[in-house]
Every structure is written in C-alpha cells, then in structure tokens.
Ligand binder design. Structure first.
Ligand code: AMP
Length: 145
C-alpha cells in the first residue's frame, strides 16, 4: 500500500498547515474540514499508518498534547465548553488518512456534532466472557498487568 499521506508533507513543510503546536515528536494543526470551529489534529512526526505501528511512547505524547490543546480550546477565543477526543484506527473505524491522528474537537452547546450509535445492554455473563477473551489477547501480546 502506498505509504504517502498529505500529513507527511505537512510534517516536512511541503504542504501548508495552520500549526498550533510542535515539538520533536508531535505536531498539531487545524483540521482543514472542521466538525466545529477550532477542530485540531495531533499527529506523530514519524509516520505510523495505524495504532499497531505507533511507538507507544509517542502515542502517550499524542494524548498529553491533546490534554494541553483541550485546555487551550477552553481559554482561547474558540471558547469551548467541552472537548471530544476521537481517533479512527482502520477503514471500518472511519480512518481516511493513514497517518495516525488524534482529533481534538471543541464543543459548544447545540453545535450539532455527535457520534452515532446505539448502546446495547449485555448480560454480565457476556461481558465477563468478552473480558476474559480480551485479557487472553493482552497476555498473548505480552501486556499482562
Ligand atoms: P480520519 O477520517 O480520522 O482519517 O480524518 C482525517 C482528517 O484529516 C479529516 O478530518 C480531514 O478533514 C483532515 N485533513 C485531510 N487533509 C488535511 C489537510 N491537508 N490539512 C488538515 N486536515 C486535513
């Protein structure tokens, strides 16, 4: 699959972006098609197509910078009253640009943004069964707590 994405060009300065934050590992800039005014993207500078390719330390930094941006969205002229984080990993999850990115979406009352989906109610036995399956996968991946 073609590893090129527009975000690599933004990191390299070959494509325009409206930056709000940059350090050695991470870049944050305005989303070109915002869900709400002030919608930001936080990306690793080293391309990773998916969460499985992303250095976990850099993944932690994406969240850390997201926290700082969330605070700035509340105190800047954006005037956010709340903030949503969103990350699409994989086509089925809605990922369109295959360079990991954390959406930081400022919220104001009545802004019209929302996630679609209907929560279901599962019996505890089903929850426990799936929890066991996921714990098993964590163990096999060497992530046991
Ligand atoms: P996703 O569906 O999670 O992969 O989201 C990709 C996001 O990247 C969308 O919200 C786009 O509006 C945004 N996007 C795509 N190209 C650019 C660009 N050149 N500058 C800023 N944001 C972009």
């Amino acid at each position: 699959m073609n590893p090129y994405t527009i975000f690599a060009d933004i990191v390299a300065g070959r494509a325009p972006s409206s930056k709000v934050y940059e350090d050695d590992d991470v870049l944050a800039f305005m989303d070109i098609r915002p869900f709400t005014p002030g919608h930001l993207l936080v990306i690793p500078k080293i391309p990773a197509r998916s969460l499985s390719e992303l250095d976990p330390a850099v993944g932690g930094k994406l969240f850390q910078v997201g926290q700082q941006l969330a605070a700035a969205l509340r105190t800047s002229e954006v005037g956010a009253d709340g903030v949503n984080f969103f990350l699409a990993d994989g086509v089925t999850a809605g990922q369109e640009v295959f360079h990991v990115h954390l959406h930081v979406i400022p919220r104001t009352p009545g802004d019209g943004f929302g996630l679609r989906g209907r929560p279901t109610t599962l019996p505890r036995a089903d929850l426990d069964y799936l929890a066991g399956s996921i714990r098993g996968a964590l163990d096999r991946n060497g992530n046991n707590s």
